[in-house]
Ligand binder design. Structure first.
Ligand SMILES: *[C@@H]1O[C@H](CO)[C@@H](O)[C@H](O)[C@H]1NC(C)=O
Ligand SMILES: *[C@@H]1O[C@H](CO)[C@@H](O)[C@H](O)[C@H]1NC(C)=O
Ligand SMILES: *[C@@H]1O[C@H](CO)[C@@H](O)[C@H](O)[C@H]1NC(C)=O
Length: 470
């Protein structure tokens, strides 16, 4: 029997590093496991860990272009470590020094539609129960609390719609620091309105999206393309509009082709667009119908599909696709007579359209003869036709980004007045700030986002016209 005490001093000397190593490894393992866990549960503005919306399926996004650990790092870094530097003091300062003396502009007449869109909740108010029910149809939830933006992501949206829509909210907060009230709202970013007025009449649900119809409760909100649509190279509106307008002026009215032009994708399950293909005959119907191949356009760097080069016709046709189409604003911007085939969907500004004043309404029954009739009228009354086109363009000119933000501002403000609770941040929400969105953006997205970022406004929002009969 040896003397154990002789060895005892040695025991700790090699046990200690072992224990240390062991605890280090298990700590790292736990940490790695934890990180993996966080990464796999963090939902992001680009769609990590999100399924496509079940009511509008599209191929799920893949992120296999990045190595797994790069992605993990990015998710943690962008989601948790980029916000929080924003300076609340400066917000306070701006709030105090906010503009006051200048006479504020009146908002365009179509802003009145805000009252109509929110009418269903004037009496009942909007409760947490409303939001819980609306969540079933929402892709994300936006909470503004104390001038900061928090988002709960439920489903992915196609392409970069979520990113550019969230960016719009963030720029609004930046433009009007201290003015945007606390709010809690549900948003769906897919095309079709979903809250049917008949089916939901007992409990209207307030769901924000890009368009609505007379048969739906959905609340229209400016679509993502005002901040840019990088996938098809459509730049932010404040660049795109002046460019289209300038392009439209390079050819005088008299030199524009006296025919109706349409270019788009006819394969979107839209009966009207299919019907439109039959009108492709210059002499017989006065129309030229062209197929837009986005794949081909992308491969050729979008040179052929530059919007500002598409204003060389005296008449431009607008045909709804799967739902409303963002192309409406670009068509109206051309200064050509916009031939709108009776639209079913409305977006927030289309309520400013007045038939035969700033556009020509085309009845879809007997489509081709009706297009021909419009073209014949215009060719016989060139001055009137040119003036009608001009008024359409002026409507779009009045819709500069300042007015887009003002619309958002008033819609959100009026909506927030209807909430019967004080908005708070949900336990699952993440703060989103401009830095975190830029952090997730790829190079092209980053360029578009940067182009559409704003500075605090020196002027107040325009004043909202009151509801019609109140
Ligand atoms: C709304 O729902 C009613 C009743 O289910 C249905 O008849 C109608 O077609 C729906 N409207 C729309 C626009 O989907
Ligand atoms: C319409 O007609 C033009 C000229 O004939 C042709 O180039 C074009 O491909 C036609 N459009 C479609 C969609 O077939
Ligand atoms: C966007 O702007 C930020 C801040 O000014 C800058 O750090 C970033 O490099 C810009 N991104 C792109 C793609 O231009």
């Amino acid at each position: 029997m040896g003397n154990p005490s002789k060895y005892s001093p040695r025991t700790p000397s090699y046990l200690f590093p072992c224990v240390l190593a062991l605890s280090f490894f298990s700590l790292s393992a736990i940490l790695l496991y934890k990180v993996d866990d966080i990464v796999s549960q963090t939902k992001t503005v680009v769609g990590h860990n999100l399924e496509p919306t079940p009511w509008h399926l599209f191929p799920p996004k893949t992120f296999d272009d990045e190595a797994r650990h790069t992605r993990a790092y990015k998710i943690i870094h962008c989601s948790y470590l980029t916000c929080g530097y924003s300076n609340d003091a400066s917000t306070e300062e701006r709030r105090r020094s906010s503009p006051s003396s200048e006479t504020t502009q009146k908002c365009p007449e179509f802003f009145r539609a805000i009252h109509g869109d929110l009418q269903p909740w004037v009496r009942t108010k909007i409760s947490m129960a409303h939001l819980a029910e609306t969540q079933k149809y929402a892709a994300f939830r936006v909470m503004i609390v104390g001038g900061k933006l928090y988002v709960d992501f439920y489903y992915a949206c196609v392409q970069s719609r979520t990113m550019f829509t969230i960016w719009g909210f963030l720029q609004l907060l930046r433009k009007y620091p201290g003015l945007v009230p606390d709010v809690d709202l549900m948003f769906d970013c897919m095309d079709k309105p979903i809250i049917n007025r008949t089916e939901h009449q007992s409990m209207p649900l307030p769901l924000f999206r890009y368009c609505t119809t007379r048969q739906h409760f959905d609340i229209p909100f400016p679509d993502w393309s005002f901040w840019g649509w990088p996938e098809i190279n459509v730049r932010p509106w404040q660049e795109e509009f002046p460019d289209i307008k300038q392009g439209s002026q390079t050819v005088k009215w008299k030199s524009k082709v006296p025919r109706a032009y349409w270019k788009g994708n006819p394969d979107v399950a839209s009966p009207i667009r299919t019907e439109l293909l039959n009108c492709n005959h210059s002499r017989k119907w006065g129309a030229q119908i062209m197929r837009q191949d986005w794949g081909e356009a992308a491969r050729s760097g979008f040179r052929q599909s530059k919007l500002s080069d598409q204003c060389n016709y005296q008449y431009k046709i607008y045909a709804e696709g799967y739902a409303w189409s963002v192309s409406l604003k670009y068509i109206l911007s051309c200064g050509s007579v916009a031939l709108l085939i009776t639209p079913q969907y409305e977006d927030f500004f289309s309520r400013g359209l007045v038939p035969q004043q700033n556009f020509w309404l085309v009845d879809p029954i007997d489509l081709c003869p009706n297009i021909k009739r419009a073209v014949d009228w215009g060719n016989e009354h060139p001055a009137e036709a040119e003036a009608m086109g001009k008024r359409g363009q002026e409507l779009m000119e009045s819709l500069n980004m300042d007015r887009v933000y003002d619309y958002m501002f008033h819609l959100i403000s009026e909506y927030s007045k209807l909430l019967d609770f004080k908005p708070t941040v949900s336990s699952t929400a993440l703060e989103v700030c401009p830095e975190s969105v830029l952090c997730f953006a790829d190079e092209k997205q980053g360029i578009f986002l940067n182009k559409s970022s704003v500075f605090p406004s020196q002027t107040s929002p325009c004043t909202l016209p009151p509801a019609n009969n109140s």
